[in-house]
Ligand binder design. Sequence first.
Ligand code: GRF
Length: 228
Amino acid sequence: MTARLAVLASGGGSNLQAILDHHDSAGARRPSEVALVASDRRAAGALDRARERGIAAVHVPGGDAEAMESALREHGVDIVVLAGYLRMVPSAITRRFEGRMLNIHPALLPAFGGPGMYGRRVHEAVLAAGARVTGATVHFVDDRYDGGAIAAQWPVAVSPDDTPESLAARVLRVEHLLLPRSVDALAAGRLRLEHGRVVGAASPPPDAAFVLASDAAALATSIDRMFT
Ligand code: GRF
């Protein structure tokens, strides 16, 4: 059975696109498919990306709980993915999707997370703190902001001449590899939340040498290995 995904996004939707591209390359083997894209912003690029693919694209003004709930129900959604969704998800929905809702955050939670910590601000805080390593986190969503159980993480080195923009770009490339694989591991039952504990969580292999690989292919291979 192919799990039906809803992707909630407030912005351009590059993480949504990464999921769509990952499914294209997996073809019929993919364990999930995007059935709905919802946004609290009418002009969100993520909605345009959905429309281009003939996927249901729904504007949910203010992320209204009732409207969001009925959109999820109407499209028979099994798993919800927050991909740059800037609002708190109503607790009725996070409760209903406990263990079936993931979020991507552009830092190594619990560091540099929490209310107000999104987008450029995250990378500014990492640089201001003098952190030498940052990264991306995929975590289960509960009613705490960025507080749910961690499903997967991948480190990204911070270089001395990094700006928030250069750092964001390198972290985003890791996000685009980490999120689709985490979503499909959840859809395929290789990753699950049991009594608050993550079973099948993905961790970087011990030989860290390639973890910071600069070329995209080596990075993709490394991250793939984490999920197989
Ligand atoms: C990503 O950096 C993600 O980590 C954060 O919001 C951004 C979404 O970017 N939650 P996009 O809309 O997927 O391009």
